[in-house]
Design a protein around this ligand. Structure first.
Ligand code: PMV
Length: 339
């Protein structure tokens, strides 16, 4: 546990506790191209969660305590701890702006922020966005602020900038709304209508990648060859639009083909890895409808579209092909769909 000596915007409230939580997420189609204005699809993953509590502390400023950091290698712990403090400070500033004027800073009081998250870090499962959203909700509960999902998402976008530099905004949107989304940068949010359940396996390739570095690598390659990259982004955008149509009508086999096509395009922009490709190949051989990396890539997770009868065999094939963890998640049909 460590503390930052910040004293701004902390009101004189005693013995209160506010809590907030947020799910993980996976991107179904459109990652990377979404940074360049193309559409992308993402769904929440409620099987993993970030939970945050905010409570009054006698220690001045903000004290951040993460219950899960000891699962990380020691050299990583300091870096992640720094980042958590930066997120907490940003959230405190953003919330402070909304706090009413009679909640004045107290000279010697502070806040203890406790984080408990089982979302793997830097694996494309939206850990950063989930921590930001959970923290904003916990601060809002502590200060009795009623925030809309849109406000939470906009604030979480500010915390995302601390890790990603130039995030598209898809992670904070899907995590804050906790619903499947069809996302286009700087456009109003469109919720995705899901006709039939989507059964997904999410498999961890065992390595991590920094989203900021991978996105920066794509940017450099695009600058070197804009026409090739813009054509690839256009094709990824077309796949995302077709995937939206397939999800809306419940055409799962077509959605699987679109996953495979999206994976090929992601390989061409240089964000796949041999391990991810091995996992994708193994799932298709075991009866999945399709598979692709999910998120920034070059490691992290991939997703396979399965059915209840094929799920066990595909899960086994993933583990045999080197997956270090496999999570099953189902995207339930939205209103008007069938289960
Ligand atoms: O945070 P990740 O690893 O799920 O990936 C983010 C998706 C990108 O499209 C690569 C970047 C972005 O900001 O949308």
């Amino acid at each position: 546990m460590s503390s930052y000596n910040r004293q701004s915007k902390i009101p004189n409230l005693k013995s209160k506790i506010g809590s907030g939580s947020a799910p993980g997420k996976v991107i179904l189609c459109g990652e990377h191209a979404v940074v360049y204005g193309q559409p992308a699809l993402a769904v929440p993953v409620n099987g993993v969660q970030a939970r945050v509590t905010v409570q009054t502390s006698e220690q001045p400023g903000l004290t951040v305590h993460s219950l899960n950091l000891d699962r990380l290698p020691v050299d990583e712990q300091g870096r992640i701890n720094e980042r958590l403090h930066a997120v907490a400070a940003r959230v405190a500033d953003l919330i402070g702006i909304l706090c009413v004027s009679d909640q004045q800073p107290e000279p010697n009081g502070g806040l203890l922020i406790t984080l408990d998250s089982n979302i793997p870090i830097e694996r494309g499962l939206g850990s950063g966005a989930a921590i930001g959203v959970a923290m904003i909700r916990a601060f809002a509960a502590y200060f009795a602020l009623d925030l809309s999902d849109a406000q939470v998402s906009a604030m979480a976008y500010e915390t995302e900038k601390l890790h990603h530099g130039t995030p598209s905004g898809i992670d904070n949107t899907v995590v804050a709304y906790n619903q499947p989304v069809y996302f286009v940068r700087e456009q109003p949010i469109e919720l995705l209508q899901v006709r039939s359940p989507l059964h997904l396996l999410i498999a961890d390739s065992g390595t991590r990648g920094s989203t900021a570095d991978i996105v920066a690598g794509v940017r450099q390659r695009r600058e070197a060859d804009p026409s090739r990259y813009d054509a690839l982004f256009d094709q990824i955008g077309a796949v995302a639009r077709m995937a939206k149509g397939a999800i809306e009508v419940g055409d799962i086999s077509n959605l699987g083909l679109l996953f495979n096509h999206n994976q090929q395009l992601l390989e061409q922009i240089g964000v796949s890895s041999p391990a991810l490709q091995r996992l994708c190949a193994a799932t298709v051989g075991a009866g999945a409808w399709g598979a692709k990396l999910s998120g920034a890539g070059q490691g992290g997770n991939m997703i396979a579209l399965v059915t209840p009868p094929t799920e066990a065999a595909v899960g086994e094939a993933l583990r045999a092909a080197g997956a270090v963890n496999v999570i099953a998640t189902t995207v339930a049909p939205t209103k008007g769909g069938h289960s």
